[in-house]
Design a protein around this ligand. Structure first.
Ligand code: FAD
Length: 485
């Protein structure tokens, strides 16, 4: 029999669930990726993620050939609406089954229902598998069989459930001889970005390494630092985290490999590895939240009472929001963080919390606006984690920050960028200020400002809100929640 593996958010050939199952069960296996115009048409013409995908596919293509051991193997790439392309291709190749890995985002689920239907018209079956998380859907439940809405008990149940089998790699290489040669009419190389109507970005200049090789390079580097993760992870100027999020998003690294490395070190007593594994468990947690509480994926608060909050609106709100997006809030740590996002597509986790809290609780803007902006700009944008993060910051989510806990952007800055290194990197117009004045430059002494050639309101914006004021307004705004709770 023959099969077609459809890659989506799993752009690797190592330890790949769908590829493994296809190779095990079919004598002839083809592999395809579709540049789906239903997704791509909504994006700006220069998008780092599209370039990351494209460059990662080049590696998939090479690796498939190497794995098969013959030059006629390789990746088939299509460009168009996935629903049509997959059914047509599967029919053309005369396969009996299509194999893919689960994607539980609402749009992906809707797409897969359609694909399943189109394939069924030709008598072809769609098989799907868990691949991009350790536990999914209803695999980790409370003792009474309900999904978890609080992280710590979820994590404890996750850790209790884990066995070596859950962390084991799928030995794709075992059946690699079943990789089929590509038919001549489908044997083109992976298209250049321009061929799919996209432009190059600064991905290469940023040295974000794509593909499986990039994931492995970052992982090996991180493993030399993992033991110190819990001490370093909160300081954006320090190389503390793994920077693997974009690889997890596009599946250029296997979650099983990462969890295996972390779990082994946890058992060996590494506190850093234990904390990092927790972060991977947060990722699983939010994926199951999206699956089990699907209203969060439809723009609703996890806690419905939070949807009666009245956010700022009209031109005033748009002005505040634009200042946040364009890094002109007058709060240096917030502006530095937004510049990091705008210039690189990455933002440090501590800063995601700081800027999200600032948008919602200092500017009074609906968290969905921030969620959308992140979705457009983050290289690692993932609906489940992004929604989880925003609902955490706005207090509307499961296991979220209580609404009355409001980050102070100045003390966050003093605590997590104590030497001002991160601020100086992204807000060089303030670099010459003494460190103590860097976190709230409008409070600096006139002499300090003069020496550093900083003119508040001119060379750097005045703060757009006063934090203490904003805090009071937010507490008043959230009263509706208190009344309903
Ligand atoms: P590391 O610290 O090395 O962590 C390792 C991995 O654990 C990450 O790659 C990620 O997959 C996972 N992880 C870490 N923290 C979280 C978390 N809080 N929730 C879920 N998974 C986590 N992460 C995304 O992958 N995509 C998003 O769109 C996203 N949006 C966010 C929005 C907000 C408002 C907040 C507060 C957080 C968001 N996060 C998101 C979570 C987190 O900030 C990033 O995963 C992390 O900064 C990525 O950097 P890293 O790979 O170096 O992380």
């Amino acid at each position: 029999s023959s099969g077609l593996v459809w890659l989506r958010r799993d752009l690797r050939v190592t330890d790949h669930a769908a590829l493994y199952h296809a190779l095990k069960h079919c004598q002839k296996v083809h592999v395809v990726f579709v540049f789906d115009t239903a997704i791509l048409d909504k994006l700006p013409r220069a998008d780092r993620r599209v370039e990351f995908i494209r460059d990662s596919l080049v590696q998939v293509d090479e690796r498939l050939r190497a794995l098969a051991g013959h030059p006629q193997a390789g990746l088939i790439v299509r460009h168009g609406v996935a629903q049509d392309k997959i059914a047509k291709l599967a029919h053309h190749l005369q396969v009996q089954a299509v194999f893919a890995n689960h994607d539980d985002e609402p749009q992906a689920l809707a797409r897969d229902i359609q694909v399943r239907g189109h394939l069924a018209d030709h008598g072809i079956v769609l098989h799907t598998f868990k691949d991009h998380v350790i536990f999914e859907r209803n695999e980790v439940l409370t003792q009474v069989g309900k999904p978890f809405a609080v992280f710590t008990p979820y994590k404890n149940a996750w850790l209790k459930k884990i066995t070596p089998f859950d962390l084991k790699a799928y030995p794709v290489e075992k059946y690699a001889q079943h990789l089929a040669p590509r038919p001549d009419d489908l044997a083109q190389p992976v298209p250049a970005l321009q061929d799919i109507d996209f432009e190059n970005t600064n991905l290469h200049a940023l040295k974000i390494p794509p593909g499986e090789s990039g994931g492995q390079t970052l992982l090996q580097d991180f493993l030399t630092r993992i033991d110190h993760y819990e001490d370093t992870r909160n300081f954006p100027a320090v190389k503390g985290p793994s920077y693997l999020s974009v690889h997890l998003r596009f599946g250029t690294v296997s979650i099983r490999q990462l969890a295996r490395e972390a779990h082994a070190r946890l058992l060996a007593g590494s506190p850093g590895a234990a904390v990092w594994l927790s972060e991977l468990i947060w990722r699983d947690f939010y994926v199951q939240v999206l699956h089990n509480f699907s209203h969060v994926g439809r723009g609703q608060s996890f806690k419905p009472e939070y949807d009666s909050i009245k956010w700022e609106h009209g031109t005033h709100a748009h002005k505040l929001f634009d200042a946040w997006c364009q890094a002109r809030t007058g709060y240096p740590l917030v502006d530095a963080a937004m510049r990091q996002l705008n210039q690189t597509g990455y933002m440090h986790n501590r800063l995601r919390m700081v800027v999200a809290s600032f948008l919602v609780k200092d500017l009074g803007i609906d968290w969905r606006w921030g969620e959308r902006y992140f979705a457009e700009h983050l290289n690692d944008f993932d609906l489940s984690a992004n929604n989880g993060g925003w609902q955490w910051a706005s207090s509307s989510g499961c296991d979220a920050q209580p609404y009355f806990r409001i980050f102070n952007p100045i003390s966050q800055s003093e605590k997590f960028d104590p030497e001002g290194k991160f601020i100086r990197r992204y807000v060089p117009e303030l670099a010459a200020l003494p460190t103590a004045a860097l976190h709230a430059p409008w409070l600096a002494k006139p002499m300090e400002l003069q020496t550093a050639e900083v003119v508040i309101g001119k060379t750097y914006p005045a703060p757009i809100v006063e934090h203490a004021d904003a805090r009071e307004k937010t507490l008043a705004r959230y009263v509706v929640v208190k009344k309903k709770a």
